[in-house]
Design a protein around this ligand. Structure first.
Ligand code: SAH
Length: 403
């Protein structure tokens, strides 16, 4: 039970000696093992102050029970976490997208406005799809503050958006008893077609994965378009068919899309029809990727995309994940037509760039083919990496020329 002074109390967390080092370098997390003691018992999601063992203020952030105990919102003691704070952070995020030319383009209204730690808002993701912003909380604190954030978002994005959809049922720690409900916090439009670099997509923010679309592959899809002319394209793990639609525009001879989810195949077909009605170059297959690769003919394709789901969601699953990447890529190396191009990705945060490259290297060596790296890909600029939080770099890709 809280007494009525509750509103004025800021819980304090004291670190063990020396455990402030990473915070001094602006790393935005406090691990539970670094904590010596807490003043009082903060509820999950509350804002707490963090102090060194010498009782010096060092950071302020959202508290949560778990391995990451505090997600830092500010390193300044005089900054209060209120409407003004959310408005200021969102405005900085919008200004950045504007300055890199992603906002206000006639051919593009799809971008990530907030990318968690990359925008100094750990636990929060906001994607913009035409007139709708889809907001996702990955921490209890962002969930509890959702109304204040939505108010600030509506203000900062005035004129840009009319709707805010909140989608956190699957991204919050289920033990925290937060009972998140997906739904509109502002507006409520059912119009869900958004435009990315002149191509249109149905965005299923109600039931789709993540916020409904993989905004993070935009630049890589645009690169694929440049290589598609005259090629037979295979898009594995196609989800909404993003790479397939770009390949069609790039002038591919044929495009085959594969996903094990029938819903994804539906979406892909819809998105192809939306952009290329009556075009017969595209076929979609609801099938397991490994089975498809097993049965497909040698040399059937000379442009292959492998964009599987995160094989390693946690660090302990790393070995299996690397095996998965190796096997998957080995099949592609064995069967791609000579002179073919392979776009291969990993979006597992637990797998780093070198580990992924090693898995692909091993697969290439197994096939015995001559393979050159043409491009090394990563996430786009609207998914920025906070330099003090290198873990934020999660998307890795290689474009390979296979002789
Ligand atoms: N390339 C997509 C995103 C891929 S998300 C884009 O640019 O938008 C990963 C997809 O892999 C999901 O749609 C999921 O349904 C699919 N998937 C997961 N396991 C699979 C498997 N074993 N075989 C085929 N598809 C699979």
């Amino acid at each position: 039970m809280h007494n009525n002074t509750y509103l004025y109390i800021m819980y304090k967390i004291y670190l063990k000696p020396g455990k402030e080092e990473s915070l001094k370098r602006f790393h935005p997390w406090v691990f539970s093992g670094a904590i010596a003691r807490m003043d009082g018992e903060p509820e999950e999601g509350e804002v707490v102050e963090v102090y060194t063992a010498k009782k010096e203020f060092i950071a302020k952030g959202h508290f949560q029970i778990g391995s990451i105990a505090v997600r830092v919102l500010t390193f300044r003691q005089d900054e209060t976490i209120d409407g003004g704070f959310w408005r200021q952070r969102l405005k900085v995020a919008l200004d950045m997208r504007r300055s890199i030319g992603l906002v206000g383009r006639p051919d593009n209204n799809t971008y990530r406005l907030v990318h968690g730690e990359g925008d100094n808002l750990p636990g929060l993701v906001i994607d913009v799809y035409a007139r709708t912003a889809v907001m996702q909380a990955h921490s209890a604190g962002m969930h509890l503050d959702r109304m204040a954030i939505a108010d600030a978002l509506a203000e900062v994005m005035k004129g840009e958006i009319d709707n805010i959809y909140y989608k956190s049922e699957t991204t919050l720690p289920y033990k925290a008893d937060l009972f998140p409900e997906n739904g509109f916090l502002l507006g409520g439009s059912a119009d869900n077609v958004a435009t990315e670099y002149g191509l249109n997509f149905h965005i299923d923010w109600l039931k789709g994965q993540k916020t409904g679309f993989f905004v993070d592959q935009r630049e890589n899809r645009a690169l694929l378009e440049r290589y598609a002319r005259g090629r037979n394209v295979l898009n594995m793990f196609c989800y909404t068919g993003g790479f397939s639609v770009y390949a069609m525009r790039g002038g591919a001879l044929s495009v085959h899309s594969v996903d094990s989810s029938a819903k994804a195949i539906d979406l892909t077909n819809k998105n192809i029809a939306l952009n290329f009605p009556d075009d017969t170059r595209h076929t979609a297959y609801a099938e397991d990727a490994f089975k498809f690769l097993e049965r497909m003919e040698n040399g059937a394709y000379d442009l292959i995309v492998l964009d599987p789901p995160a094989f390693a969601k946690h660090r302990d699953a790393l070995r299996n994940a690397l095996q998965g990447y190796r096997k998957l890529n080995a099949r592609a190396f064995e069967k791609i037509r000579p002179g073919g191009i392979l776009f291969t990705f990993s979006c597992s945060q637990a797998v780093n760039k070198d580990q992924f490259r090693m898995a692909v290297f091993t697969a290439a060596a197994q096939s015995g083919r001559s393979v050159r790296i043409l491009h090394q890909l990563t996430q786009p600029a609207d998914h920025p990496v906070n330099i003090y939080h290198p873990e934020g770099e999660y998307l890795k890709g290689l474009v390979l020329y296979v002789e």
